[in-house]
Design a protein around this ligand. Structure first.
Ligand SMILES: [Zn+2]
Length: 887
């Protein structure tokens, strides 16, 4: 066979055939600990530069992938052995080019290297190293985990530290390298990578195809990627740039319904980013792939972004939120081409930096594409809940987290790094001013392009554009964990009298003094460190006569605002959702509003009212009034994003915070109000959101019967189309309720699915729904094997039914074993999976037994990895509160 690897190996074997591959003598240098220890990475980035990988893979059906890599690099000093990262299966041979000059394969004589391969490292001893250019050639068998191999395709996903499973390399973001990739793949397959195809040799269905790609720009290892398979391709052009969308979507109607929007979104995002940064798209070509069941929404490989197909190809019944989310994901990944790909963090402790800027840009990019949308409301809807849901837990973490070994990088990801920085960056932009902020970012991107920078290096650039002490500001916002508790008091100047605005009769009586009342705002650090979060936000002073918003600059522990607050006012803090903290609200002020304050508030203010109510409720403050407030907000709400949030709170309160009796008593009213909303509301997407909530809460005989009739097609809703996926969800919800004939419902649904991918997913999830104890046990045991957890979104959906509120009594005994699997899941799964796994497991539990399981598990493991402790504490937070607070 005539393919590059054979040529390379032939040339190599001629030169080295008489040199034995020796086991290294006993005094061999010992390998560092597994993973990529920070100390090793720091030492390497001092010594090694100008790296180039020439990488070859052979992919053949039914066989292990084989690889060869030629690594060229410049070595500053040759005083220590060289440590390469490799967590693959086998190293067949290491050799080096003598007098390497970075020439092409086989141009220099080769010498076999007596290497050590242990603890996920290949050690090249001193005698094979030279100061200056070095060239190593390694034949290896990778660990296939990062290749995500299916029958008709595969794709690589190396973030955060999986490149080292796939090929021997220096797997750290600050050793950027150029890559030249050659793939030998089955005939009929198409291959995509970061750069365009330079040579493509089709040898027929049997002999396979060889694809060689052009050399990349300097890339961090986690950003190098390729995919190959029976992909179809759609080509679009926007602003003169040709883009390709590779996909496996069998539903052509769905494809054509979405494809133009997908190209438009990318075109728009690219244009916006070039304009904002003043830097042209920095990588040659720009393509993307839609992969069914991809674990993340998207991954920003330059020139070859990977997306979860479901995020791009929306159903007809897609909600407005789905379309916004799609625009946001596309813009986020596109923004990464500058923030993350062009300039990359030095180490994964700063991974938040690229996420923060990608999202900061995405939030701005999507504005013009959705002129009818309230973007402030969108920001609040996207970030406020996930952020406070972590911040109120004992497991919250700072934005910047220590990371001693890259093999723990996955644990750094979480809601904090996605949702706190957007709030923080808006505050930072307000502090510096938007023009200087933008100038500074452009300066930073130009200064570090194709290289790496830390947060401190960015702060130094920003500092030149700002009079504030940014280092101190950053210390609190970025380096420390937790949020402030922010309270308000009314102080009447003339009498020197102070009233807690929160006790009944606040600002008592004196109508004459009321207009002079000052609002005193105080922030406290609940973790007792005395920290103060400098921030700008607004408070809305609401009276039956009207609403006035007052800007607040909270720049110390306590400030006074000249508010002129009338005595009957209700004060809504952080009324536009810019602030950061737990804002304590005096709910007694609502009594002044006969018709409900919500009728006077704008959509963002209503969103903040609901969020503060939930936050206070979860902190134990609002009590029984919470459910009435949210329900009344929902009943009169007509803005979709607010309807969605209120539905979420109602469903949460219904399953988690109500006693069984209360829930039973409340169910008919809740079902009715949701069904009524479906009929009353506006858009198909809002109707769909309501129906999803109805599907979740339907428990009365009438409600369940309605659900069954919808599934049968006997009840339809005008303006609300259902997809195959919707019918699957209905069948599964009916089955988990064990309605008469549920097994037949599952069968019939299975038989009528047309989309093969959905059929496989449904068959998988179904196993979790079976009510038999033995079947459920079997299913759970099957999850202990990594291969059965490969389709992570399927597993998470299955866990929803496994731990469904109707099943928690029998599911509680699986909590200890689910926790025991966490460490292994972290080792085998994608980065969000440990958190999602344990969150999906604990979501609807609230029993003493469930909490004892969690406490017992952590108590018995004092040395359990701290990042996993955080994840468990975060997931157990709502269950713990639900155990304490009962409506
Ligand atoms: Zn991202």
């Amino acid at each position: 066979m005539n393919h590059p690897r054979v040529i390379a190996l032939c040339a190599l074997s001629l030169l080295v055939s008489d040199l034995p591959v020796r086991a290294f003598p006993a005094a061999a240098p010992s390998a560092p600990e597994p993973g990529v220890p920070r100390t090793v990475a720091e030492e390497r980035s001092e010594r090694i530069s100008d790296i180039r990988y020439e990488l070859f893979y052979r992919v053949e059906e039914g066989r292990e992938i084989e690889g060869t890599v030629h690594i060229d690099f410049y070595l500053e000093s040759a005083g220590e052995p060289l440590v390469l990262d490799f967590a693959g299966e086998r190293v067949e041979r290491v050799s080096r080019s003598v007098h390497a000059r970075g020439g092409s394969t086989g141009s220099a004589p080769e010498e076999a290297v007596a290497f050590v391969f242990e603890k996920e490292h290949i050690i090249v001893p001193l005698q094979y190293l030279e100061v200056g250019r070095n060239r190593l050639v390694i034949d290896f068998t990778p660990d296939e985990r990062p290749f995500h191999r299916e029958r008709s395709y595969l794709y690589s996903l190396f973030v955060p530290d999986r490149a080292r499973y796939a090929f021997p390399c220096f797997d750290q973001p600050d050793l950027k390298a150029r890559y030249v990739l050659t793939l030998e793949i089955p005939g009929g397959w198409v291959a995509v990578s970061n750069t365009s195809v330079r040579a493509h040799e089709e040898r027929g269905e049997q002999q396979g195809t060889v694809v060689r790609f052009s050399e990349t720009e300097p890339l961090s290892t986690y950003l190098f990627s390729f995919a190959a398979g029976r992909f179809a391709v759609e080509t679009g052009e926007r602003d003169g740039r040709v883009m390709n969308l590779y996909h496996l979507e069998p539903d052509t109607a769905k494809l054509h319904r979405n494809v133009n929007a997908i190209f438009d979104l990318h075109g728009e995002a690219l244009r916006w980013m070039e304009e904002y940064t003043g830097i042209e798209y920095p990588f040659g070509k720009f393509d993307f792939l839609a992969l069914p069941g991809f674990s993340y929404s998207g991954m920003e490989h330059p020139g070859a972004i990977l997306y979860r197909a479901e995020r791009l190809f929306l159903e007809e019944s897609a909600t407005e939120m789905d379309r916004l989310r799609r625009a946001s994901v596309v813009s986020h990944e596109t923004a990464h081409m500058w923030f993350g790909d062009l300039v990359t963090m030095r180490w994964f402790d700063d991974v938040w930096l690229k996420e923060a800027f990608a999202q900061f840009m995405a939030d701005r990019i999507i504005r013009p594409a959705f002129p009818g949308v309230d973007h402030r409301l969108l920001f609040v809807s996207s970030h406020c809940d996930p952020l406070s849901d972590v911040e109120r837990t004992a497991g919250t973490n700072p934005i910047r987290q220590e990371l001693d070994n890259l093999n723990e990088a996955g644990s750094v990801y979480g809601d904090i790094i996605y949702h706190k920085p957007p709030v923080m960056l808006n505050q930072l932009e307000a502090l510096i001013g938007d023009r200087p902020f933008r100038q500074a970012l452009g300066e930073y991107l130009r200064a570090y392009r194709y290289g790496n920078a830390t947060w401190e290096e960015l702060v130094a650039v920003l500092d030149r554009h700002c009079t504030e002490d940014l280092a101190e500001w950053s210390e609190t916002w970025v380096m420390e964990r937790g949020r402030p508790a922010i309270s308000m008091n009314l102080v009447r100047d003339h009498a020197g009298e102070q009233n807690a605005h929160g006790t009944s009769g606040a600002v008592d009586g004196a109508g004459d003094g009321a207009s002079n009342a000052r609002l005193v705002i105080r922030q406290d650090d609940p973790l007792g460190r005395g920290l103060s979060w400098t921030q700008r936000y607004t408070v809305a002073v609401c009276t039956p006569e009207g609403i006035r918003e007052i800007p607040v600059l909270l720049d110390s522990h306590e400030i006074a605002v000249e508010a002129g607050v009338p005595e009957n006012a209700f004060i809504l803090p952080d009324s536009r959702g810019d602030g950061f903290g737990h804002f304590e609200v005096d709910w007694s002020g609502l009594a002044s509003f006969d018709l409900g304050v919500e009728r006077m508030l704008d959509p963002v203010q209503r969103a903040m009212l609901a969020r503060h109510a939930r936050d206070d409720f979860l902190e134990g403050a609002l009590g029984d009034a919470y459910i009435g407030l949210i329900h009344s907000l929902f009943a009169s709400e007509d803005v979709e994003l607010n309807v969605q949030a209120e539905l979420k709170y109602l469903v949460e309160a219904y399953w988690l915070f109500m006693t069984d009796e209360r829930r039973e008593a409340w169910a008919p009213a809740l079902e009715d109000s949701i069904l009524e909303k479906i009929r009353k509301v506006f858009s198909a997407s809002a109707k769909s959101a309501c129906f999803q909530a109805f599907r979740s809460v339907a428990t009365t005989d009438r409600g369940v019967e309605t659900l069954r009739k919808v599934w049968e097609g006997d009840i339809t809703f005008v303006g609300l189309p259902f997809s195959e996926r919707d019918f699957c969800d209905m069948a599964l919800e009916l089955a988990v309720r064990e309605v008469p004939g549920w097994r037949e419902i599952l069968e019939r649904q299975g038989a009528r699915i047309e989309d093969p991918e959905l059929a496989r997913r449904y068959a998988f999830v179904r196993q979790a729904v079976d009510s038999g104890r033995a079947q459920r046990e079997r299913f759970f045991v099957s999850l202990a094997k990594a291969e059965n957890r490969r389709h992570e979104p399927w597993v998470l959906e299955a866990l929803y039914y496994f731990h469904h509120p109707r099943r928690i009594a029998s599911a509680v005994r699986y909590i200890p074993r689910s926790l025991e699997l966490l460490e292994e899941i972290r080792a085998t799964g994608d980065i969000f999976f440990p958190r999602d796994w344990i969150t999906a497991t604990l979501r609807y539990h609230r029993s003493d037994e469930a909490l004892r399981s969690v406490a017992g598990f952590l108590g018995a493991r004092p040395d359990y990895p701290s990042k996993l402790v955080s994840i468990v504490l975060q997931a157990a937070d709502i269950p713990t509160r639900a155990n304490r607070i009962r409506l």
